[in-house]
Design a protein. Structure first.
Length: 577
């Protein structure tokens, strides 16, 4: 009896129509990939249904994670037979070994070269079950991740060795947990001794190193009743990685606090510190924050990688018309220039990039920051110390006696600071700073609300840039699609096809890689000054800005959707969420 073709099986099972199959065959001529994958990519067929149909065609059993058939036998050390890189590249998951026979889950049984290589590297006869791409990928990341410490992608043998070694340390000699949830006391000498053990040192080093390699902006180490969680923030989202054993929480925290020169005996109060990590030919700064919780201290490490962030306005993501306006605003001899947005919206990077544009040997530039995030040659940078009374306002008063041309203030938090900034702008200085407001026009109402007089604000304010950070679609795997009517609503786009996230190895299967600025730029003109002088409402200010051509955050986001840089879903979430 002749074996049925895949298309015939799919049609017979009612999974696709003949017309859809013919359309996929036509597309195959151009795309040079399997028909089944084309049907999955178009959303016509589910991955699971494709895998099951191939299994029916080739008489290979179909397995899924839900069925439990894709569970490797860990005690057989199957990772030594099939290296992680081979498993991930070819989507092969080792399941069980019996004498000279190895059972594996695979996605593509038609890849005869891969199967031949698999036999050679394992020295075994191979028995297959077939599974979907996503089930295999999750299974591979879970199996090798528990050994290699990579719950997303990539893999790191050193991290796996450090995890394994850390789990072999005796929990009896580490920290005890009380019934209430806090950590029992140990002598300081023992805590320091544990923190200085080689496996703990290696673990902490590798947690930091892997985070930098993964482009993370933050590392979270969080204690709970029976476990520790380690998470990396990448492109604004938190991702878990396989954690060390619970009993290593205190040695890890103590090691980090020793590096940051914090008091390891103080576990009741929050502490802040700093670490400089040397990485090949560059130095990465880490800001350390500890926080007491009911299960022990939580540590967050903010990674400030100066090499990874290019302080260049042109590369941040501003639309060309916005960039032209900003550069025009930076050329005025005096005035107030504000960047606004919520925490984590990239305000500091934009400010530093703006400063980089105006650095000039003929100008005296001074900054007041809390903390100083990036050190820039040619600029006098000052660290604010509120604990000893050296506030933004105090720093600004000192700056005005230092003959400055340009002043940058990390943030305007109170009336005193706002008034000194305004007066400095009125007396011939160019002042840059940040505010926490949702959009550009609301920065004006915010300054008026905290007590700045209209007669001071009207002549001093020159420009406001409001911004968010949106994730960029991975250029290696983004896929075009035609959005549905309900997704569009009243929105009109200049293109019929837009792109959405898919996921691949390059982006750790998130569909996104990197972030960009989505902004609105408000140039303060005479019409806006008249509105400010008569204390105009937020609605009036926004209407006037729109009338004068200001592009809103949402409109700027849609421009990026039309350009294929990001997805509609991301723009909705960032600008309207």
């Amino acid at each position: 009896m002749a074996r049925l073709r895949l298309g015939e099986i799919l049609i017979k099972q009612g999974l696709i129509t003949e017309a859809q199959f013919k359309e996929a065959l036509e597309a195959q001529k151009a795309e040079k990939i399997y028909v089944g994958e084309i049907l999955v990519n178009k959303g016509i067929l589910k991955e699971e249904d494709l895998a099951a149909a191939i299994g029916t065609q080739l008489l290979i059993p179909y397995a899924s994670r839900a069925s439990g058939m894709l569970t490797p036998q860990r005690e057989q050390h199957l990772e030594k037979l099939i290296p992680y890189e081979f498993a991930k590249e070819h989507l092969v998951l080792p399941l069980n070994r019996n004498m000279n026979s190895l059972s594996c889950g695979i996605f593509n049984p038609f890849d005869l070269m891969m199967i031949d290589n698999l036999k050679k590297i394992t020295g075994c006869e191979i028995n297959f079950v077939i599974a979907s791409r996503s089930d295999l990928l999750k299974g591979i990341l879970e199996f090798y991740g528990n050994l290699s410490g990579d719950s997303k992608a990539g893999g790191n043998v050193l991290w796996g060795e450090a995890l394994q070694r850390s789990r072999e340390l005796s929990p009896a000699s580490a920290v005890l947990v009380t019934e209430e949830g806090g950590e029992a006391e140990l002598s300081l000498d023992k805590v320091i001794a544990k923190a200085e053990e080689a496996p703990v040192i290696k673990l902490v080093d590798l947690i930091i190193r892997q985070a930098i390699d993964e482009r993370a902006s933050d590392i979270h180490i969080e204690p709970f009743k029976d476990k520790i969680e380690v998470r990396y923030r990448i492109d604004g989202e938190l991702y878990q990685i396989p954690p060390p054993a619970k009993h290593l929480h205190l040695p890890i925290i103590s090691r980090i606090k020793i590096l940051a020169k914090l008091d390891i005996s103080e576990k009741r109060l929050p502490q802040d510190g700093r670490i400089s990590a040397k990485l090949e030919d560059r130095t990465v700064d880490l800001r350390i924050s500890s926080l007491p919780t009911v299960w022990g201290e939580k540590i967050v490490m903010r990674i400030l990688d100066r090499e990874a962030i290019k302080l260049n306005l042109a590369t941040l993501g501003f639309e060309p018309s916005q960039l032209e306006l900003i550069r025009k605003g930076l050329q005025v001899p005096y005035g107030l220039f504000f960047v606004t947005g919520p925490t984590g919206s990239g305000k500091s990077t934009t400010l530093y990039s703006a400063l980089s544009e105006v650095i000039d040997p003929t100008k005296n530039i001074i900054t007041a920051e809390d903390p100083v995030e990036f050190r820039i040659d040619g600029i006098n940078q000052v660290q604010i110390r509120t604990d000893i009374g050296f506030t933004f306002a105090e720093a600004l008063r000192s700056f005005l006696r230092q003959d400055p041309d340009i002043i940058m203030v990390g943030e305007v938090r109170d009336l005193d600071t706002a008034q000194i900034c305004t007066r400095a702008a009125l007396t011939g200085h160019f002042v840059l700073s940040t505010l926490h407001t949702n959009d550009a026009p609301s920065a004006i109402t915010r300054l008026l609300d905290i007590g700045i007089s209209t007669y001071l604000l009207t002549p001093s304010l020159t420009m406001i840039v409001a911004q968010r950070l949106g994730r960029k679609l991975c250029p290696h795997c983004k896929e075009p699609y035609e959005p549905k009517a309900e997704e569009m609503g009243d929105l009109k786009l200049k293109t019929e096809l837009i792109y959405r996230a898919k996921g691949c190895d390059k982006c750790s299967h998130t569909g996104y890689r990197g972030r960009m600025v989505i902004a609105e730029v408000l140039m303060i003109d005479d019409d806006m000054r008249r509105l400010i002088s008569r204390n105009g409402s937020y609605t009036e200010l926004r209407d006037a800005a729109r009338k004068n051509g200001m592009m809103t955050l949402f409109e700027a986001g849609i421009r990026k959707v039309e350009a294929g840089t990001t997805s509609l879903e991301e723009v909705y979430g960032v600008t309207l969420g």
